[in-house]
Design a protein around this ligand. Structure first.
Ligand code: CO
Length: 301
């Protein structure tokens, strides 16, 4: 079970994450810069005394997840579509993870509302020892009733200290293999329904702007790449970071080569943008939950 100190950190990380998410959503307007929105969101988390648990993800339309501005790209908010903001705060290693979607124009309000309602239904259903199967069942039911599909290969996840994906997945559909798997007291979990107008699968895209340290130390890299890796290990541990964050300390002209070396040596894992396979529009909502002995608390309300 969580100690009182853990609870305090987890709840505060949740409140900061929620505030950052809401500020991000309020900045989503046609023509706005992804870079400016993400910097604002990450700056707010730092101002509140925490750190971003991972880069601000601002994924537009058929990009379901993992877009953050890179070293020299900066997507602008379109005039029509769906923008997902997925953010998290880290406080002494304790993490929150939360997301919302904003419909630009009227065309995709129905999709956004269906996915939002699917997360609300999870919030009302949550209780200690709930079956992971039942969580996926309610998510799929609500999204399908509205005429959309859940994304089957994106899932929620358990969270532990300094670890954003602590081992268990929470599918967005009733997966039989999870029938007897339960969310036990003492578990922290992020539940994140994704809904789409498309086929309901994501594939890797060509842009990668988010990385994390894999835990493997490279055998054969240049001195400056090793220096960069030591900086990353010290500063971000194994949590995801944005390549653009490195520009505070390292020269922009050298960063791509150093990252390339570290990825080839498997010291860094890259997280490419995830794109809906049929280019369907994608909406996402996410909250972080603490499963306690007699109740379940939403930290990112
Ligand atoms: Co998450």
């Amino acid at each position: 079970m969580f100690t009182q100190e853990e609870m305090e950190n987890l709840l505060k990380a949740g409140r900061i994450g929620a505030e950052a998410r809401n500020i991000g959503a309020s900045l989503v307007k046609e023509g706005a810069s992804s870079r400016e929105i993400c910097e604002e969101v990450e700056g707010l988390i730092i101002k509140r005394g925490a750190k971003p648990a991972f880069p601000c993800n601002l994924s537009i339309n058929e990009i379901a997840a993992h877009y953050t501005p890179g070293l020299d790209d900066d997507l602008k908010i379109p005039g029509i579509g769906v923008v997902k903001i997925d953010v998290g705060a880290e406080l002494n290693g304790y993490i929150s993870d939360t997301a919302t979607s904003v419909a630009i124009g009227d065309s995709f309000k129905g999709l956004v509302s269906a996915v939002e309602r699917s997360l609300s239904s999870v919030v009302s259903l949550m209780k200690p020892n709930i079956s992971i199967y039942d969580v996926g069942k309610t998510i799929e039911k609500i999204i399908k009733e509205s005429g959309f599909r859940p994304i089957k290969n994106l899932t929620g996840h358990t969270i532990s200290r300094y670890n954003l994906h602590a081992g268990e997945s929470i599918p967005n559909y009733p997966d039989r293999t999870y029938f007897y798997k339960k969310l036990r007291p003492g578990t922290q979990v992020a539940i994140e329904p994704f809904g789409t107008t498309g086929r309901g699968y994501v594939v890797d895209g060509s842009i990668t702007n988010i990385y994390s340290f894999s835990g493997r130390n490279p055998k054969n890299v240049s001195g400056d790449a090793l220096n960069l890796l030591n900086y990353i290990k010290e500063k971000y541990k194994k949590l995801p970071f944005a390549s653009r964050w490195l520009l505070k300390e390292f020269e922009a002209s050298k960063v791509p080569r150093m990252i390339g070396e570290l990825v080839r040596q498997k010291a860094l894992i890259g997280y490419p943008v995830l794109i809906e396979v049929s280019k369907g529009m994608v909406a996402q909502f996410e909250h972080t939950f603490l499963v306690l002995q007699n109740e379940v608390v939403v930290t990112t309300k």
